[in-house]
Write a protein that binds this ligand. Structure first.
Ligand SMILES: NC(=O)c1ccc[n+]([C@@H]2O[C@H](COP(=O)([O-])OP(=O)(O)OC[C@H]3O[C@@H](n4cnc5c(N)ncnc54)[C@H](O)[C@@H]3O)[C@@H](O)[C@H]2O)c1
Length: 328
């Protein structure tokens, strides 16, 4: 069984900051590393904002539920019934829990806090040489027993592990965006990953909760794109190619997939959330891999968005414009 006291997270971007947030909320000390103070501050600001939103959402949850029942169902609830709803929906997060969680995260530009970690999750840019360089450094700067995990969306865990001297303790842990609300984690062994590492990771992740659910780790074989992105990638590419072919507008495709296929977000909205830079790297990586996405007509639109720096929500503009909203 993996005994974890302290966790390291590398990359305080969209994914890394929320992964750090989950560990902190579950009571673990977290060293959060990035390449500059500015990036770290941005990550911490996002964590603080998420937690504050969660507290205020929970505070008003019972009253919203009472209002919904009375308005939608036309029932006038008694004070006793209202009290019962309030007690069932009592907030599990408050300002103290937020302060405690934030205090557990130590931002860093060095490997100093990584000396004592039992587990590292890497969430840096989706480029194999960058990840290999980082894993080489992690191998040097962490204790020999620590498990090194990558949040890569597409890259080979076997290849990333090859840059370390502990290939048996390198594993893929692929969280989904946003990890604070989506519970799935694909746990992927490389060729040399030991069965102990794999089961320890799955067992450990199963003990954690995000804002809403217990995490749901599943074992997935190392294939390009793993499981969910294989399916999702095919759908996104089809949406891009239909748009490029002039079949429907971006907005109509998004509306259609929500209204007709029950998706919570349309493919273009989802792409802006994922990040067009991330999608660009994913597409480029997948093209190089045998057995990758079944792309028959690779999309040009993702490339154009990437080249023009329109990465989606994180830069304020992607397929849609978010400049009037907070994108911190
Ligand atoms: N965005 C998604 O929807 C999503 C979902 C699942 C997995 N992923 C994967 O997670 C990883 C991170 O994606 P993201 O969307 O969070 O990216 P991001 O661009 O939001 O964040 C990456 C962060 O890593 C930092 N970084 C880059 N090189 C570094 C280094 N050598 N050392 C320390 N920090 C470094 C950057 O400064 C940045 O803050 C990628 O591998 C991506 O494929 C992304």
């Amino acid at each position: 069984m993996l005994y974890v006291r302290k966790v390291g997270v590398v990359g305080s971007g969209v994914m890394g900051s929320q992964i750090a947030e989950i560990f902190a909320l579950n009571g673990y000390e977290v060293g959060l590393k990035d390449i500059s103070k500015e990036y770290l501050e941005r990550g911490l600001t996002n964590i603080r904002r998420d937690l504050e939103e969660l507290v205020s959402f929970q505070k008003t949850k019972a009253d919203r539920e009472i209002k919904r029942i009375e308005e939608q169902d036309g029932i006038v609830l008694t004070e006793q019934q209202k009290e019962s709803i309030r007690s069932k929906l009592r907030p599990t997060y408050d300002e103290k829990r937020v302060t405690d969680a934030l205090a557990k995260i130590s931002p860093t530009e060095t490997y100093e806090p990584f000396k004592e970690v039992d587990l590292v999750i890497e969430a840096i840019v989706e480029e194999v040489e960058e990840k290999k360089k980082l894993f080489r450094q992690l191998d040097e700067h962490t204790s020999k027993h620590a498990i090194l995990a990558s949040n890569t969306s597409t890259l080979s865990i076997t290849e990333i592990a090859s840059s370390t001297k502990r290939r048996d303790r390198v594993v893929g842990t692929h969280f989904f965006n946003p990890p604070i609300t989506l519970p799935l984690v694909e746990v992927i062994p490389g060729l040399e990953t030991s069965e102990d590492t794999l089961t320890d990771m799955i067992d450990f992740l199963s003990t954690l909760r995000n804002h809403r659910y217990p995490l749901l780790p599943i074992r997935v074989k190392e294939v390009p794109g793993f499981l969910v992105n294989r399916i999702l990638g095919a759908m996104l590419n089809e949406a891009f190619s239909l748009y490029e072919g002039g079949v429907a507008s971006m907005r109509d495709i998004d509306q259609a997939m929500k209204a007709g296929a029950g998706m919570p977000m349309g493919p273009f909205e989802l792409s802006d959330l994922i990040g067009l830079d991330v999608l660009y790297h994913v597409e480029e990586n997948m093209k190089k891999m045998e057995g990758g996405f079944p792309i028959t007509r690779p999309s040009q639109i993702v490339k154009k968005m990437f080249y023009s720096g329109r990465y989606g929500r994180k830069t304020g503009r992607g397929f849609y414009d978010y400049s009037s909203q907070s994108t911190a």
